[in-house]
Design a protein. Structure first.
Length: 542
């Protein structure tokens, strides 16, 4: 029986993967799909086939939250913030965010989704991400324009004709970089780094092989906009990705997709097949009838928040543990397999398609000078409406709530958790703040990737901060001491002070620890893990 199992695993590996370490993550996904989990014996077979020690394989697997070494067939309740605040009672069997925040509370069992109503979970076949009407705040949508016609090849082709890509191939790569520079586009993955600056850094590195990786990991709880992009506007995304690859003279394009986002993976895969069938990409990777050739691949990610951090993502593509790398060198110089690599978020690349389809002038009419264009916000929590809304950059929170009618007048939002576990809480008194890139104010609040969770008066802010702090502590990859030791200590301290009425004397200690974790940690996760606590101390501590 065991011999047969080993033989099956080996055959699976031989027929699908090269015997090299970089095949590890994709092999694990395939074994797990076949058997439901990855057994000790599978690890042994993998170790022999990939010629990687079993301990190294075990070390990598235990760092990948989406790879399981046993089957959990119990119902697991989501502890993502939106589910947490909408769930009256959470069992001990839990799981982290399942990115259906608009429907919370939800649970999973054997890969099936369940949603809760009247205290009972029932199976939901497919949950469609709602789109919130933005006509009160935007003259016309940018990314969500014609959203209902963007999923289907025929309708997308009849409206857009892949003109943005055709136009690109008639220009020199540097002309495209200059257009993007002029547009002022900044990355929508959360850091708002100027897209053309990154591209220029990469174009200085001459290499025959160069990668463009589309970051579709989307592992931040409360954010579900890249899944909407992949599942509803795949051609706009693929078009933008090919344009970016051409502008940067890339030989390879990889869509790195969250391992649990199976529908997103399948939609992108089918869309690429459609593009091949319609001679947009030929079987050798030539784009239209130009002489530009591109190798395009889809890969499933390893999961969790830190995996979306660009250097962590690179490590997992090489079959290494889910840990960030030291920077410099930056990926544009030494990225995946030590080759120059550009990493862009899915939403950023949809903006690229829009700019090429319309014009820099059109694009710059929307948003504000430093942050032109729009942002997709993932709205959830206690709002009247949850889902994705496209907002003009620079709009104030008050204007957004008012003009998009997000709130229930009889159940007002008291505070917001914006920007996920790296940002923090903003009280209603601060709702005249404008939404844009970078820090929104001095308390470390950021819009980041656009998580926007509204909370009413029923939840004590300290419970929200404990949920976020626990998440950061769980997600800490353990590579550096300040984050590995500091994030659980923050949770402990918060839990200790929660029941105490005279909290004032603990304030300085908590603040110092939060600031130390931020200052001393190695990657963006730890460097922002203190932010929720700092915002809590500023606005809610008494
Ligand atoms: C903890 C952490 C998680 C991140 N998660 C994501 C993610 O899920 N998707 C994403 O595009 N960028 C994520 N980023 C940002 C990436 O490191 C990188 O800046 C981004 O993909 C670059 O694309 P852009 O310039 O187009 O925004 C994350 C960063 C950190 C520190
Ligand atoms: S800051 Fe945290 S997540 Fe980042 S390297 Fe250090 S331990 Fe890992």
């Amino acid at each position: 029986m065991q011999d047969n199992q080993n033989k099956n695993t080996k055959e699976l590996l031989i027929s699908n993967f090269k015997p090299q370490k970089s095949s590890l993550l994709q092999s694990l996904h395939m074994i797990q799909k076949e058997n439901g989990f990855v057994s000790e014996n599978d690890m042994l077979v993998l170790s022999r086939y990939l010629k990687v020690s079993k301990s190294e394989i075990y070390g990598a697997i235990t760092s990948y939250p989406e790879i399981h070494t046993s089957i959990n067939s119990e119902l697991q309740e989501c502890t993502g913030l939106s589910c947490y605040i909408n769930n009256d009672k959470v069992s001990n069997n839990t799981t982290d965010c399942k990115f259906k925040c608009f429907e919370g509370p939800i649970a999973i069992q054997n890969h099936n989704l369940y949603s809760k109503s009247n205290g009972k979970y029932t199976k939901t076949n497919s949950l469609k991400t709602p789109i919130i009407d933005s006509s009160g705040i935007l003259d016309k949508p940018v990314l969500l324009e014609n959203i209902n016609q963007k999923k289907n090849f025929e309708s997308y082709n009849s409206i857009y004709k892949f003109d943005a890509l055709r136009k690109t191939l008639n220009k020199k790569p540097m002309d495209i970089i200059n257009i993007i520079e002029e547009s002022g586009l900044k990355g929508r993955g959360g850091a708002y780094f100027p897209t053309a600056t990154k591209w220029k850094m990469a174009s200085g590195n001459k290499s025959i092989q160069k990668y463009l990786i589309v970051n579709c990991e989307e592992g931040e709880p409360g954010v579900f906009k890249d899944r909407l992009i992949m599942e509803n506007m795949p051609y706009m995304l693929i078009e933008g990705a090919i344009i970016a690859a051409y502008a940067n003279n890339c030989s390879d394009l990889v869509f790195y997709i969250n391992g649990e986002a199976e529908k997103s993976f399948q939609t992108l895969k089918n869309s690429l097949i459609k593009m091949q069938q319609n001679n947009i990409i030929d079987k050798n990777g030539m784009i239209f009838d130009s002489d530009y050739k591109l190798k395009i691949k889809l890969e499933s990610g390893a999961g969790g928040y830190v995996c979306g951090e660009e250097t962590t993502l690179l490590n997992t593509m090489e079959g290494k543990r889910r840990e960030p790398r030291l920077k410099p060198p930056f990926p544009t110089e030494k990225g995946v397999f030590s080759l120059p690599t550009i990493i862009n978020n899915a939403e950023t690349l949809c903006n690229v398609t829009y700019i090429l389809n319309h014009s820099v002038r059109e694009y710059k009419k929307i948003g504000i000078k430093d942050f032109p264009g729009t942002k997709l916000l993932s709205v959830s929590g206690h709002f009247k409406m949850n889902g994705i809304i496209e907002i003009p950059m620079g709009i104030t929170i008050n204007d957004l709530l008012d003009k998009a009618k997000l709130e229930n007048p009889s159940d007002k939002i008291k505070y917001l958790a914006i920007g996920g576990p790296s940002s923090g809480l903003l009280p209603r008194s601060e709702f005249d703040t404008s939404l844009k890139g970078g820090f929104l104010n001095s308390s470390g609040i950021m819009m980041g990737a656009g998580g926007f969770i509204g909370i009413n008066s029923t939840i004590d802010p300290i419970d929200i901060i404990i949920n976020l702090a626990e998440y950061n502590a769980d997600e800490s990859c353990g590579k550096c001491t300040p984050c590995r030791e500091g994030t659980p200590r923050l949770v402990e301290q918060l839990k200790q002070i929660k029941p105490i009425s005279d909290k004032e004397k603990y304030k300085d200690e908590l603040n110092l620890l939060a600031e130390t974790v931020n200052l001393a940690s190695l990657c963006g996760l730890g460097q922002a893990a203190g932010n929720p606590i700092i915002s809590y101390l500023k606005y809610f501590y008494d």
